[in-house]
Design a protein around this ligand. Structure first.
Ligand SMILES: Cc1cc2nc3c(=O)[nH]c(=O)nc-3n(C[C@H](O)[C@H](O)[C@H](O)COP(=O)(O)OP(=O)(O)OC[C@H]3O[C@@H](n4cnc5c(N)ncnc54)[C@H](O)[C@@H]3O)c2cc1C
Length: 266
């Protein structure tokens, strides 16, 4: 499947919104999840195949060095009527593939993708909702908050680089939102955890969504299970990316990391 860049918008100094339309997006079958994601495919420079391609067919037929790079991104919005797909990219310098692509994206550029799939939607029976993450989880958290009804309560803790990196988060729900700002020190990695340690949680059964940088997410998960008594079934938790690792390097070790994370709390 593929679409063409329709619009590009700079949301914050480190977040770029890309809206795709056209191509074969007519066949996009949105799933019933607020953390729905697509697998993007980026053709390496000098590849011998066309800019519109089937990633599976390429992996079956082309030499490995020509395989497209894969990156996973949240569906920030799927507009069924306009057939427009909105993706929000963290841009983190000129290294990497997807963030760097978004930085240069211009109307008419093609983007090849597979999916969508997803696994989380705020439970309608939970007493309240906890959402924790960094900028990479912001699209899913924003979509989740939009889906909450007026009688829901959400406690949200988000880490970002500063006030001009914050985004409006419209919701009908009662919202306890706190943005945490990195100071550029090693202590940044503990900001989410430290903020949760002192957070007053509402009464009732929580449904939690915890996603973002691997080590940060691991600490938060351990705290929620060990110190706050959550059950695993009350939590959607996955490490989206790992500091200092490209997505290729991260995927190599992710299974072992997740197994170790699962073993943190007996
Ligand atoms: C299900 C799922 C949904 C996701 N949704 C989104 C989304 O909606 N928006 C989004 O921006 N990301 C999202 N991510 C995370 C994204 O896939 C990774 O951040 C990915 O590594 C970015 O690829 P890249 O090519 O830009 O950088 P890579 O080539 O993978 O990495 C290059 C360097 O940049 C660093 N890096 C990677 N990501 C970040 C970051 N977020 N902040 C700072 N440094 C980084 C790496 O550690 C590495 O040092 C999602 C991940 C998953 C699994």
């Amino acid at each position: 499947m593929h679409g063409y860049v329709e619009r590009v918008e700079r949301l914050t100094p480190t977040m770029v919104r890309v809206v795709l339309a056209g191509g074969t997006l007519d066949g996009f079958a949105m799933v019933d999840s607020t953390d729905a994601y697509v697998n993007l495919a980026f053709r390496p420079a000098g590849a011998s195949y066309d800019e519109v391609y089937d990633p599976r067919a390429v992996r079956d037929s082309a030499p490995r060095e020509e395989w497209p790079a894969r990156r996973r991104y949240t569906v920030r919005r799927w507009d069924t009527a306009a057939r427009e797909l909105t993706l929000d990219f963290v841009v983190h310098g000129t290294t990497g593939v997807a963030g760097a692509w978004a930085l240069r994206a211009a109307p008419g550029d093609v983007l090849v993708l597979e999916g969508p799939a997803g696994g989380y939607r705020p439970s309608t029976t939970a007493g309240w909702h906890l959402m924790v993450g960094d900028e990479s989880a912001l699209p899913a958290i924003a979509a989740s908050l939009e889906a909450l009804p007026a009688d829901a309560t959400a406690v949200v803790r988000l880490v970002c680089d500063g006030p001009d990196h914050e985004l409006p988060l419209p919701t009908d729900a009662r919202l306890d939102l706190r943005w945490l700002h990195r100071a550029g020190t090693p202590a940044d990695g503990a900001l989410l955890l430290e903020s949760l340690r002192t957070a007053a949680f509402p009464a009732g059964e929580v449904h939690a969504f915890v996603h973002g940088e691997a080590e940060e997410i691991r600490g938060v998960r351990r705290h929620l299970l060990q110190d706050r008594g959550l059950e695993r079934s009350q939590m959607s938790c996955s490490p989206y990316w790992r500091r200092t690792m490209t997505d290729e390097a991260w995927r190599e070790v992710k299974r072992d990391f997740v197994a170790a994370m699962e073993a943190d709390v007996a």
